[in-house]
Design a protein around this ligand. Sequence first.
Ligand SMILES: NC(=O)C1=CN([C@@H]2O[C@H](COP(=O)(O)OP(=O)(O)OC[C@H]3O[C@@H](n4cnc5c(N)ncnc54)[C@H](O)[C@@H]3O)[C@@H](O)[C@H]2O)C=CC1
Ligand SMILES: O=C(CO)COP(=O)(O)O
Length: 340
Amino acid sequence: MTERVALIGSGNWGSAVAKIIGRNVRKFNHFDNKVKMWVFEEKVNGQNLTEIINTKHENVKYLPGIQLPSNIVACPDLLETCRDATMLVFVVPHQFVTSICKQLKGRIPANCKAISLIKGIDVNADGFRLITDMIQESLEVPTCVLSGANIANEVAEEKFCETTIGYRNRADGELFRDIFHTPSFRVNIVPDVVGVELCGALKNIVAIGGGLVDGLKLGDNTKAAIIRIGLYEMRKFSKMFYADVKDETFFESCGVADLITTCAGGRNRKVAEAHVTTGKSFDQLEKEMLNGQKLQGTSTAQDMYNILSKKNLCHEFPLMTTIYRICYEGIPPIRIVEDI
Ligand SMILES: NC(=O)C1=CN([C@@H]2O[C@H](COP(=O)(O)OP(=O)(O)OC[C@H]3O[C@@H](n4cnc5c(N)ncnc54)[C@H](O)[C@@H]3O)[C@@H](O)[C@H]2O)C=CC1
Ligand SMILES: O=C(CO)COP(=O)(O)O
């Protein structure tokens, strides 16, 4: 059977993986060579971003300077992008997934499989859900996850790194590995969707902590302590809510490696550092510094705080709780070391 891949999202990470997927589908006979990529349409210098991508083969706004393969076709219509797909790659900021799933519900082929590259969780009045569960339940498609130490610009420049795919069904994990694995983007597949996904979501909160430490000029030992305590709280939270999460997962690229890279070079780190040095709010800095890209760590800190406070568990997660309070209650950033 010929598989047809559709990409849902075209930001910084979405565009970097488009480069990989566009090349990889050409290497195998079991993939259609054309890959449609849904673009949230916007004007860039008066021109539609989809038109720019389809003529210049470059996402000039979200991944400038990187050539995309010509078989990546930008499409502004979500339903048209996914109409005949058999493999859906979700790669949008997590706040947009609910509305995307609502639009796609009942409108995709029955034999579809999905993978989420999204780092975040979904919190509502009843509790919280993994993004993979949300996709799987609303679209009724088996859903894997991909997460790792993968700063998009470095991946797009083909600097070596690793990543982790979590699968429920091994055949799906292997099929998705085919479209992502390259010599410079090494994929390991593991049977722990929940562990891989929670690592990716929760490390963004710790990355805010890493940036606060940088802004306060507390040094490398303090940063390492934040990373260690963060890893501990990530594992504790994951196992508290999902007893089957595996310890080994925290040693994969999605675990300790992603924590290290994001605390060194990610957007969450950069904006948190600027929050300390300028005193400006995270929302304002996101607009000023990221040119349309989205921060995930602050809203995930809020999501996690909502979960913990409802269950009277904040005292068991002092780092995550303090990061929330710095972001949303305005307590002084130095409390990151005083309150843990
Ligand atoms: N950028 C990176 O280095 C990495 C990002 N990720 C994760 O990938 C996911 C996607 O992030 P990026 O591709 O970096 O996105 P981004 O933050 O670069 O870009 C934001 C995207 O959201 C779109 N958008 C804006 N308003 C929208 C709306 N109302 N509805 C739908 N889309 C809208 C924009 O058009 C743009 O494509 C996130 O969960 C992120 O944590 C994971 C690994 C690396
Ligand atoms: O997830 C990432 C790297 O693996 C990117 O992190 P930021 O969103 O903080 O840039």
